[in-house]
Design a protein around this ligand. Structure first.
Ligand code: GDP
Length: 191
C-alpha cells in the first residue's frame, strides 16, 4: 500500500479529484436589514445552470472555478449574538464582505465599526475586505453618497462596490471581485 501511494503522488493529482480543495468562505457582516441574505442567495445562485446549495438557514454554497480549479464557495452570515454581545466568526482564510445600506446612515457607521472589529482580531487582521453599499436603487432616500463610501473604503484599505440586490445590479461584479480576492489553495491532502 505504501509503495503504491508514494508512486501516485504526481503533482496535481490530488487536486484533480472533485472536492479535494477546501471550500472558500465568504463571510457577510453588516447591520440587520441591509440585504445580506438576499446578496448571499444571489451570489450563490446567479448562473441558471448552477444549483444553489442551502447548507443551513444562513449558509449558501456554489461551485465555481478559481485559478482554473473547480472550487466550492460558501457564503455565510458572519456574526452571532452571544449574551447580547456580537461575535464575528471570521477565520484567517476568509474573504469578508461588510454590507451597509446607502439609504441608512446608521448602517454605514455600523459597517465601519464592524470593519474595526474584524481588524482587531488575529484572524481578521489581514483579511481581504470588500465594503458593499447595497440598495443603490433607493436613490431618493440615499443617505450615504457614492464618494463617501468609496473614500471610506480606500481609507480602510478595502475594495468597494455599490450594489442593488433587489435589481441584481452589480452583484455579478461583486462576485467577480470576490473571486479575484481568493488566494488559490493547494489541495487538502488525504481527505
Ligand atoms: P439582512 O437582514 O441583512 O439579511 O437583509 P435581507 O436580505 O433580509 O433584506 C432586508 C430587506 O431589504 C428585505 O425586504 C429585502 O428584500 C430588502 N432588500 C435587500 N436588498 C435590497 C436592495 O438592493 N434594494 C432594496 N430596495 N431592497 C433590498
Amino acid at each position: 500500500v505504501l509503495s503504491s501511494e508514494s508512486s501516485d503522488t504526481g503533482l496535481g493529482s490530488a487536486s484533480s479529484a472533485a472536492g479535494a480543495v477546501a471550500p472558500y468562505r465568504v463571510v457577510l457582516l453588516g447591520a440587520s436589514g441591509v440585504g445580506k441574505s438576499l446578496l448571499a442567495r444571489l451570489l450563490c445562485g446567479m448562473d441558471e445552470e448552477q444549483d444553489t446549495d442551502v447548507v443551513s438557514d444562513d449558509t449558501y454554497e456554489r461551485t465555481l472555478m478559481v485559478s482554473g480549479e473547480e472550487a466550492t464557495l460558501q457564503v455565510l452570515e458572519g456574526y452571532q449574538q452571544n449574551d447580547g454581545e456580537d461575535e464575528t466568526l471570521v477565520q484567517s482564510e476568509d474573504v469578508c464582505i461588510i454590507v451597509y445600506s446607502i439609504a441608512e446612515r446608521a448602517s454605514f457607521e455600523r459597517a465601519v465599526d464592524m470593519h474595526a472589529q474584524v481588524r482587531s482580531t488575529d484572524s481578521g487582521e489581514n483579511l481581504p475586505v470588500v465594503l458593499v453599499g447595497n440598495k443603490s436603487d433607493l436613490v431618493r432616500s440615499r443617505e450615504v453618497s457614492l464618494e463617501e463610501g468609496r473614500d471610506r473604503a480606500s481609507a480602510l484599505d478595502c475594495k468597494f462596490i455599490e450594489t442593488s440586490a433587489a435589481l441584481q445590479h452589480n452583484v455579478r461584479e461583486l462576485l467577480e471581485g470576490l473571486v479575484r480576492q481568493l488566494r488559490p489553495r493547494g489541495a487538502v491532502g488525504g481527505q
